[in-house]
Design a protein around this ligand. Structure first.
Ligand SMILES: [Zn+2]
Length: 157
């Protein structure tokens, strides 16, 4: 279950996951894909205005990695704005600060911290020790950035 890529911790989820230039038909439109962790890096640095060190600490990565993730995200946004491409937000290598897990043996549920998920996730249910465990479905209300009466989903095209 070990993951080859180091996970980045994100605590925000985009409400709108697709941006498109006006007047360009979708079938001839080029897209850039921003990962969830690239958006989180941009949010922490450019929207929250945090120091790079604090951003890196929150995402549980080194400053060098944060710098790289942030740079890639900014580059993609610039590319989309300059060349009139659509921006799709999604995917990546990330984990939540805390994720609910469920055991398929007895339906037990418990919260797993990011550190455990980053090491490959829980191996067994803490109640019945079954190894048939999986992340529980995410309620959108777990995320900041929701609300104002809107659920997160792809924007209308
Ligand atoms: Zn169990």
């Amino acid at each position: 279950m070990a993951r080859p890529v180091k996970l980045r911790c994100v605590s925000w989820w985009p409400r709108i996951s697709f941006f498109k230039p006006v007047g360009v038909p979708l079938n001839i439109l080029e897209k850039v894909n921003l990962s969830i962790e690239e958006m989180e890096a941009i949010r922490l640095k450019d929207v929250e205005g945090l120091e790079q060190e604090e951003c890196a600490r929150r995402m549980r990565i080194s400053r060098a990695t944060f710098h790289r993730v942030l740079g890639m995200g900014r580059e993609k946004i610039a590319d989309a704005l300059i060349y009139g491409k659509a921006i799709q937000i999604g995917g990546g290598d990330f984990g939540l600060p805390q994720q609910r897990f469920r055991c398929n043996n007895g339906g037990h549920e418990w919260d797993v911290p990011f550190e455990v998920i980053a090491r490959g996730g829980p191996l067994a249910c803490p109640k019945c020790f079954s190894d048939d465990v999986q992340p529980a479905p995410l309620p959108p209300s777990d995320f900041q950035g929701r609300g104002r009466g809107r659920k997160f989903h792809g924007g209308r095209l």
